[in-house]
Write a protein that binds this ligand. Structure first.
Ligand code: UDP
Ligand code: MG
Length: 310
């Protein structure tokens, strides 16, 4: 069988030589073991500012498996990964996606391939622990998974984008038309036969995380708003409660008015002005978030633009 490995890279020139060395070694051994007959390692340069593309070009001339895709500008991890996956549709039996920084244990790939050969179309790589994460990341990630579960989004805790997709799953995924990508949620919707592989997450081999807190937050928000209308419903409920309270208040005001005691109430008045003002702005913001999504979807702009391919 033929395997594709897709690796999105954003400013990863420090790690790519080592990543490619280890991957090449692994693929060689998998071919020796007759697990594979062919393999393409596809590096997707997500509009890096450093020497990432030069390194990919260099690797391509020296290594038998390497291919490269250079995106014209930075479109983010999910879109870059999508670009690589789309390139692989119809060209392989299965595709594995991994990060460039060697945090995903590539030595679990043979087990993923074995699972595929045993009939599984989707194999998730799941982290054993979050020991290599900062406290902040660990905590935010866990609360994110909990929140997603509560609002009914089906995610696998501690699974990021280290996974194998068989060709049928890949084909089905590539037909999803949406622009707001949240791949780990989308794959869950496919419904193919799936299984898991556990791995120990390593430290990043070199360089810094390319997911800033800002990107992380935006990604989490994307996950929620692309998969759930729960925030809208909450606002609707809060609105209902407010309406109930205001009706009660209206009755109270009328009674007070007719009893001739209407001077007091400055504090409660000011409070309701601020509270309702805040609530309204917040609600408009949430609705705006969804409208923004719709706006992005209807424009149907390309998810990425390819500059070069080797
Ligand atoms: N990445 C990307 N585009 C971006 C940000 C990240 O292609 O805008 C890639 C990055 O090169 C890496 C993977 O996504 O291969 C995961 O990023 P990183 O390791 O920095 O995230 P972390 O592991 O810290 O969550
Ligand atoms: Mg990483």
């Amino acid at each position: 069988m033929k395997l594709n490995v897709v690796i999105p890279c954003y400013n990863e020139d420090e790690v790519l030589h080592e990543t490619n060395r280890q991957l090449t070694e692994l693929v060689d051994s998998m071919i020796d073991d007759n697990l594979l007959t062919e393999c393409d390692i596809l590096y997707v340069d997500d509009g890096s500012d450093d020497k990432t593309w030069d390194v990919i070009e260099e690797l391509q001339t020296t290594s038998p498996y390497v291919h490269g895709l250079k995106l014209a500008h930075n479109v983010g991890h999910q879109n870059a990964l999508w670009a690589g996956l789309e390139q692989s549709v119809g060209k392989c039996d299965a595709v594995v996606s991994i990060d460039a920084d060697l945090q995903h244990d590539i030595h679990r790939i043979p087990d993923m391939v074995l699972s595929y050969q045993a009939g599984y179309e989707v194999v998730y790589g799941i982290r054993n622990s979050r020991a290599t994460d900062s406290k902040f990341k660990k905590r935010t990630a866990l609360s994110f998974y909990k929140l997603m579960q509560k609002i009914g989004v089906d995610l696998i805790p501690n699974h990021a984008d280290f996974r194998l997709l068989g060709k049928n799953a890949l084909q089905a995924l590539s037909e999803f038309p949406e622009r707001n990508l949240f791949l780990r949620g989308m794959v869950r919707l496919l419904g193919f036969k799936e299984t898991y592989v556990y791995f120990d997450c390593n430290e990043r081999y070199a360089g810094k995380s390319k997911y800033s807190s800002r990107k992380m937050f935006a990604f989490a928000l994307d996950g929620i708003t692309s998969f759930s209308v729960w925030p809208l419903r909450i606002i609707y409920l809060i609105g209902l409660v407010c309406l109930g309270v205001s009706i009660a208040e209206m009755i109270y005001i009328l009674v007070a008015y007719f009893q001739g005691r209407t001077i007091q109430g400055w504090a409660s008045l000011l409070f309701s002005v601020w509270f309702l003002g805040g609530l309204l702005l917040f609600s408009v913001g949430v609705v705006g978030e969804y409208i923004g999504k719709i706006y992005k979807e209807v424009k149907r702009r390309p998810r990425y633009i390819i500059e070069k391919q080797i």
